[in-house]
Design a protein around this ligand. Structure first.
Ligand code: PPE
Length: 307
């Protein structure tokens, strides 16, 4: 169960958690056209807290809305301020933030007409996405029987609710088969991403990640690419196959929820030494230092707050 917070921000008002409700004829509930974000905030080493890359997440929410022809009746600054306000009122020093913009009730049918465009911001404490041991020991992954979205079927640059039907199908299958996460291939058969994470491989010191095509343009992905270059690694965005992944020295997933999660096994093949590799560990270390406010170079990635 999600741990309840005091309030949820709902179209400009902070309402009690249990009262943040919608009508059953909410358009998005039927047709899936809604957009959301997943953002994390962390307690910093020097006291206080910080939202990681708040501006980039809010910008992506608005771009997702634009792609889906939804006009959010707030500015990006208003949504950013609302996120900080919600965290403060809920006294959440570390956790997860879920803004969601959806099409409300009004007309039914695929054409949403002038139904209201509504926005909520919920927050809750959320530990390691793939389990407490995953960050250290790595996870077991299986190539999914479900193909990731084709660029002209779903708009992959939008974090659209409906896009996640594909993710839920793949995740259920992977878990039922005894794995921790599903690896998804694109419509041409190249490695795309996971159900809620981007993927990286490391071979002979070179880091590779799938190009922006069928994947969500992950904010963690971009951050990790920047940090890796800082550490002196070469980072390449290029498509690769599942057998290239099998032969990698290291592999890991990135995402707001998953952070940087090592992959220790894919389709029964052990990746590298079968444990977190040195490049993955170095990147985790650099990433967590930034999140905790320990690297002044990336202070601009943190929206600081306290209560
Ligand atoms: N791909 C997908 C499909 C995806 O959902 C995410 C985030 C990413 C890549 C990584 O993006 P970013 O968070 O900007 O680095 N997945 C979110 C939802 C997870 C969930 O189960 O809900 C997240 O990590 O918040």
């Amino acid at each position: 169960m999600v741990q309840k917070a005091d309030k949820i921000w709902f179209d400009g008002k902070l309402v009690p958690w249990d009262e943040a409700q919608v009508h059953v004829l909410t358009h998005t509930l039927h047709y899936g056209v809604g957009v959301f974000e997943g953002i994390r905030c962390y307690a910093c080493t020097d006291g206080g807290s910080a939202v990681f890359r708040l501006q980039e997440h809010v910008e992506r929410l608005f771009l997702s809305a634009k792609i889906n022809e939804m006009t959010i009746p707030f500015t990006q600054d208003q949504i950013s301020a609302a996120i900080i306000e919600t965290l403060k009122v809920n006294r959440l020093s570390e956790g997860y933030i879920r803004p969601l913009t959806f099409i409300g009730a009004g007309v039914m049918g695929v054409y949403p007409g002038d139904n209201p465009i509504q926005t909520i911001i919920a927050t809750w404490p959320w530990g390691a996405y793939l389990g407490a041991e995953a960050l250290e020991k790595g996870i077991r992954v299986k190539t999914s029987s479900f193909t990731r979205h084709h660029v002209n079927v779903m708009m992959t640059k939008a974090k659209t609710c409906g896009n996640y039907v594909n993710s839920v199908l793949a995740k259920r299958e992977a878990l039922a088969d005894g794995y921790n996460e599903a690896l998804m291939l694109d419509a041409e058969g190249y490695v795309s991403e996971a159900t809620g994470e981007n993927i990286f491989i490391v071979r002979k010191g070179v880091i590779k990640t799938s190009p922006l095509g069928s994947i969500l343009s992950g904010i963690t992905r971009e951050s990790v690419m920047i940090l890796a270059e800082d550490l002196g690694y070469t980072v390449v965005e290029d498509r690769f196959t599942r057998d290239e992944l099998y032969c990698a020295d290291e592999a890991f997933f990135t995402g707001t929820a998953a952070e940087i999660t090592p992959i220790r096994e894919v389709d029964r093949r052990v990746i590298g030494q079968g444990s977190r590799g040195p490049v993955t560990a170095a990147l985790q270390d650099a990433y967590f230092k930034v999140l905790r406010g320990e690297n002044p170079k990336y202070g601009q990635w943190l929206a600081r707050y306290s209560f």
